[in-house]
Design a protein. Structure first.
Length: 225
């Protein structure tokens, strides 16, 4: 499973860190580590966190490797999201590409696709006006953007197995920097959201904020792998 490989790639850094705060909001999950870095992911409220109430103070690796249901993966991805470079290029990586067909995979995914003649968006949401992900059987695209929520949901392998694309980007709130693993699976760019105010980001998530509220305190960045 790609997420297991990502966790092992980042295991050295994770084992050096402890969790000092965690909040599972209705839309997003956020974690703060003992070096004051913050991580964000999508919340998928499916499953049970058996050790809820006992996570703060625990080693980040021990919590991140527990990924047997979506709500645990929400926590794991928030932890993994906090690990990475502080020197990302600012901007949206999709602006680097153009072509005929753009494929997007995420929860209510929106991307400025003006550089492409055709866009198809597969939505992980159950109630959607876009193409439901349940209808995905494969695509041939010039560029594909897979949001990190695919890792939370556990569908990344299904997407990649049936996808042919010249360029593949991992992007969005739940994205992670694990260059060796991602490159192995065909990704060439990682896009992330970067908090500009850690306190406000954490409080917004804890207080039930969604994308509109969170967007006030984040910017987009990316790195090539």
């Amino acid at each position: 499973m790609i997420l297991d490989e990502i966790i092992e790639e980042l295991s050295y850094e994770l084992k050096q860190r402890k969790i000092i705060n965690l909040c599972v909001g209705i839309a997003y999950t956020s974690v703060i580590l003992d070096n004051q870095t913050i991580g964000i992911s999508h919340t998928i409220p499916d499953g049970e966190v058996e050790n809820a109430g006992e996570i703060i103070g625990k080693n980040a690796y021990e919590i991140a490797k527990d990924i047997d249901n979506p709500i645990k993966r929400s926590i794991s991805l928030a932890i993994l999201n906090s690990i990475g470079s502080k020197n990302l290029e600012q901007g949206d990586p999709i602006t680097l590409f153009s072509g005929n067909k753009l494929c997007i995979f995420g929860y209510q995914p929106y991307i400025n696709s003006s550089n492409f003649k055709q866009t198809i968006a597969y939505d992980f949401s159950q109630d959607t006006e876009l193409t439901p992900f349940s209808e995905y059987n494969g695509e041939i695209c010039d560029t594909a953007v897979i949001f990190g929520s695919a890792l939370v949901l556990g569908v990344t392998e299904k997407i990649l197995k049936n996808l042919k694309a010249e360029h593949i980007i991992l992007s969005g709130v739940s994205s992670v920097e694990a260059p060796a693993t991602l490159k192995k699976y065909g990704f060439e760019i990682v896009g992330k959201v970067l908090p500009v105010d850690n306190y406000r980001v954490f409080r917004t998530i804890c207080e039930g904020g969604g994308a509109r509220q969170l967007n006030k305190y984040i910017i987009k960045g990316f790195r090539r792998i």
